[in-house]
Design a protein. Structure first.
Length: 224
């Protein structure tokens, strides 16, 4: 607990960055799992998916420690409530990655058509890109605070936020395209395959959704 208190004394975002580093490792491990899934390496995918689950647990523990250490007596440049809400949203990115990993473990990918697998990989790449950008955004927010809210640093932060929003829009388009493909292939796919594909896609889309929510909370903190 004392470690987190010392970090908060330096900046309200230092502990959030520590948590974000674990969230980042979680999504990067998921990215490797998706690549193994694409090439049909089920054993490697399984190993990596289990590692995603472990890392999400680590992120949860860090979140709890930070939350318990954040005293209302600490003087910070932003509201304690905003820090806690942001922490919750950032943690949801790791939760969404874990959900995807669990769905990858449901079945071997061999029966998923190649064109569908390619679309899912595209969704994965973009969603994980959004999650990586959230890490950049919280690191940049620390710079904003340290600069005394300089216009130059704020502008850099807004650029990252706009990029996250752009990625999330790209994901929405890919998600729609995937759903169309699945329904077009209804006669070729089993009910189980269709259900599996749509849930992998849903959880991947959730990663970018949660990343966008976290970015929006940073925007609100800068505007207050």
């Amino acid at each position: 607990m004392q470690v987190w208190t010392k970090l908060f004394a330096k900046s309200p975002f230092k502990p959030l960055i520590k948590h974000s580093e674990v969230v980042l490792e979680t999504v990067e491990t998921l990215e490797k799992a998706l690549r193994a899934w694409e090439r049909g390496d089920y054993e490697e995918m399984r190993r990596l998916a289990i590692e995603v689950d472990r890392l999400e647990d680590v992120a949860d523990r860090i979140k709890a420690e930070i939350r318990d250490s954040l005293s209302s007596k600490l003087m910070m440049a932003v509201a304690r409530e905003d820090v806690l809400i942001y922490l919750h949203m950032q943690d949801k990115v790791a939760d969404a990655a874990e959900d995807t990993a669990k769905w990858l473990l449901v079945k071997k990918p061999g029966t998923v058509p190649k064109e569908v697998r390619e679309l899912i990989i595209q969704m994965g790449v973009e969603s994980i890109k959004a999650a990586k950008l959230v890490h950049e955004a919280i690191v940049q927010m620390d710079r904003v605070i340290e600069s005394g809210f300089s216009e130059k640093e704020i502008e850099k932060e807004y650029e990252i936020i706009h990029e996250i929003e752009g990625v999330e829009n790209e994901i929405d388009g890919l998600d729609t395209e995937l759903m169309q493909r699945v329904f077009e292939m209804a006669d070729e796919l089993s009910w189980g395959d269709g259900f599996y594909i749509l849930n992998v896609a849903r959880t991947l889309s959730n990663i970018s959704d949660k990343a966008k929510d976290a970015a929006e909370r940073i925007r609100l903190m800068m505007n207050r």
